[in-house]
Structures are given as C-alpha cells and as structure tokens.
Write a protein that binds this ligand. Structure first.
Ligand code: ADP
Length: 402
C-alpha cells in the first residue's frame, strides 16, 4: 500500500487527488485557483467535507505548502512522507514519450524543450513539479503525457502534407491530446463490446476542449487534435480544423498579426464565436430552444464536425463496434448524444434508447444503445487522474506499466 498523489498544474491553478494504492481509494482532492493573486482560492475535499479558503497564494510553491499543511492539520495524513510518489499530468510529450516515465534531468529537459509546442501548459507543469520536488524531495515523481497514447499512429495519420523537411526539422506533426482520457475510455469500454467484436472504438471526449479518437484493440490509430489542441472538431472557444488560408485572409482583411488571429481562433471562436452567446453548451442549448438563429447554426456546426470525424474514423477502422461519449458535454448533454446518434441511424444503424440516454448524466456510466443497434453506444465518465495514479504506483511498486 502507498499514498500516491496525482497532480495537474496549470499556469494559475494546481489540482490534486490523493489515492491509497493499489485499492484506488480517493483520500482527498482539491484545487488551488488564481495562483499569483491576493484573492486566490484553495479548496480541499475529504470525507464528505469541503473546505474553501480565499487567501493570497503567491506562487505554486506556496500552493504546495498550503496543501501539505492542510493534509496534516485535517489529519488526512500523519506525516507528509506517507506520500510515496507523485504523478504529474504533462500536456505535451512530443515524439519523446509513448508512455509515462520516471522523472530525471533528461526528462525535465525534454519537457522543457517542448514548451514552444504547449507554451501555456508545459511550463506550468514544470513549475508545479519543481514545487512538489522541493517540498517532498524523497518522493518518486512520474510524468504522464496527454500525447503518449497517440504515439502509435502511423506516419500517414500523423504527418501534415507540408514540405517533409519542415515536418522533420521542427517536429511539426499531429500529436493529439486528451490521450490519457482516450486510453482510459478504450480500456473501460472493453466491457461494452459484444462477444466476437473486432474491438473498433470511436471515443468522443467532448468537453470545452473536444477530441475524437479511432482505437483498435486499445491502440490509437487516429485522433482529431493536431499539432496543438486547436485542431479537430469545433469546441467551446476553439475553431477546430480550418482551411489554412483562413488565417492569411483574415489577417490581411482585419489588419491583424498571426498571433492576434491565433488568439481569436483559440479563445473567441467555436460555440462562443459562432453563436455570440456563450462557450458553454448549456447556454447554447437554451438559446437554441429560444430560437436564437446564431445559436442554432453554432449547434448544427458543432454536430456536423463531430459527425464528419465519426465518418472518417468509421472508414479508418473498417467499421465500428462501440462509440463512447465522455467529458463535460459527452457525459451530461443527452441533447447532443441524441442528435449525434440520430444522425448516425441511416448510415451506421445506430439506435439509442431515449430513456437510457436521458438517465445517463452526472457521472453515470452505461450503454445507451438498444439491443437492435448495430453499434454499441456507451457513456463513460472519464478519469485521467486514476490513470496517472496507476502508472505512478506501478513504477513505485517496480512493476511494468501497460
Ligand atoms: P474541459 O475539461 O475541457 O475544460 P469539461 O470536460 O469540464 O471541459 O466540459 C465543459 C463543458 O461541459 C461545458 O461546455 C459545459 O457546458 C458542458 N456541460 C457540463 N454539464 C452539462 C450539462 N448538464 N448539459 C450540457 N452541457 C454540459
């Protein structure tokens, strides 16, 4: 037995979840938000209690100290050295990492060298890692990469049709994202496959960031996000895939720089930009029900882009046995699941049970397809933290990781 902490450090936040492993019992979880501000928020949940404090948190080291002190004060652990290992979520592992790794200097240098590919994320992850390493120097540290699961893609699935020298010189290619989630979904999804199926899964991780993956025998063949999480389907504020000439045309017409337009594609597009209403799918659904024309087109565009990828992956996999919905929208918006599945009825003979679909919200897991449906359709709440904790514990216990 060992206590393992899964850590997700962002530029101004630090999420944590402490597990007893291998039983996978969650001991405590929480988040420090607005790090760097005088009115930062520290929340910790334990034994059905939730404690929130508003206080100055200067930097990530202060957040880590606050957390470790809270663990002792609340008697969640007797001694902070009970935390034997820490698993850190890293967004971009580039071409270097196809699985989780024990952290050493070389690993840190590689993650640092990838900062240009994930400027907001990788730098913050390293700051979070360093803060924990300073506070708990004897604990084992493991990095788990969002990109690792997608490293099994073939060259023709990950290369962009740009001059090959540029692909190689700058490692400019599709890396994908949400890999830890897609891996979890593919693994959990095994129990919903019909006997004798060919184990072809399309996993739809649809939250404010969204990506789809084509997975065969739990190996990723293709994924929708690209060089960065801007690619693929339309999202809360992100465009997803575009004709690349849109960038040049709009920069010229609006007299904006590439980086200004890039911000617009990342932060002011998607649901928000098309509808002018909100980046939140709940607001979009409300506005659609009120007949707002821009919300109606945003809603249709969002669905169309997801269907386009499902069609693509159906062909890539040579068929599909299971479609999985997950993340904020996939787990909660029965409205979108219903619309997407309805549109797949004629082509893929997908049939869902509307009552089951309505029930499958707020953390519930199960099939929403009927027995007659040719393709199984499941809702599976994702759990990236448990994947991080499992890999970290495996290294701690000196076992091979999957
Ligand atoms: P991320 O992790 O990418 O920030 P999440 O997976 O938390 O995003 O998903 C956030 C999205 O989930 C938001 O667009 C929100 O509208 C949507 N969502 C959450 N609950 C519901 C719900 N009950 N109905 C519709 N959409 C929901």
């Amino acid at each position: 037995m060992a206590k393992i902490m899964a850590v997700n450090a962002g530029s101004s936040s630090l999420k944590f979840k402490l597990y007893e492993m291998p039983s996978e019992e969650v001991i405590t979880s929480g988040i420090a938000e607005r790090i760097g501000h005088d009115d930062a928020i520290f929340t910790i949940k334990y034994q059905n209690e939730k404690d929130t404090k508003i206080l100055p948190i200067k930097n990530h080291s202060v957040a880590v100290d606050l957390l470790l002190k809270a663990l002792i004060e609340k008697e969640i652990v007797k001694d902070i050295h009970e935390i034997k290992a820490l698993g850190h979520r890293i967004v971009q592992g580039g071409k270097y990492f196809s699985q989780s790794v024990i952290v050493n200097e070389d690993v840190v240098n590689k993650v640092r060298s990838l900062i240009p590919l994930a400027p907001l994320h990788n730098e913050a992850h390293l700051i979070g890692y360093q803060a924990f390493k300073d506070a708990l120097p004897e604990s084992l540290n493991v990095f788990t990469f969002d990109t690792a699961f997608h490293q099994t893609m073939a060259e023709e699935d990950y290369l962009f049709p740009i001059p090959y020298e540029l692909s190689i010189k700058y490692d400019c290619r599709r890396y994908g994202a949400h890999g830890t989630s897609h891996k979890y979904l593919a693994h959990e999804g095994q129990k919903y496959l019909k006997k004798g199926s060919l184990n072809r899964i399309i996993s739809c991780h649809i939250g404010s960031g969204a990506s789809l993956s084509a997975i065969k025998n739990e190996k990723c063949l293709a994924t929708s996000m690209g060089l960065t999480p801007l690619g693929g389907v339309m999202m809360g504020t992100r465009t997803g895939d575009l004709d690349p000439s849109v960038m040049d045309y709009l920069c010229r017409m609006e007299n904006k720089s590439v980086s200004e337009m890039y911000q617009i594609f990342n932060k002011q597009s998607g649901f928000l930009g098309v509808s002018g209403v909100s980046n939140d799918s709940r607001d979009i659904i409300d506005a659609v029900n009120q007949g707002n024309p821009r919300a109606i087109i945003a809603d249709k565009l969002f669905i169309r882009r997801i269907l386009d990828y499902i069609g693509q992956y159906y062909v890539r996999l040579g068929g599909v046995d299971l479609i999985i919905f997950s993340a904020g929208i996939g787990e909660n918006a029965s409205y979108y699941r219903q619309k997407i599945c309805e549109a797949l009825k004629d082509s893929l003979s997908v049939i869902i049970d509307n009552n089951k679909n309505e029930e499958m919200i707020r953390g519930k897991e199960g099939l929403i397809s009927t027995n007659e449906s040719k393709v199984q359709v499941a809702v599976i709440p994702t759990d990236e933290e448990i994947m991080i904790a499992r890999d970290t514990y495996a290294y701690f216990a000196n076992k091979n990781i999957e």
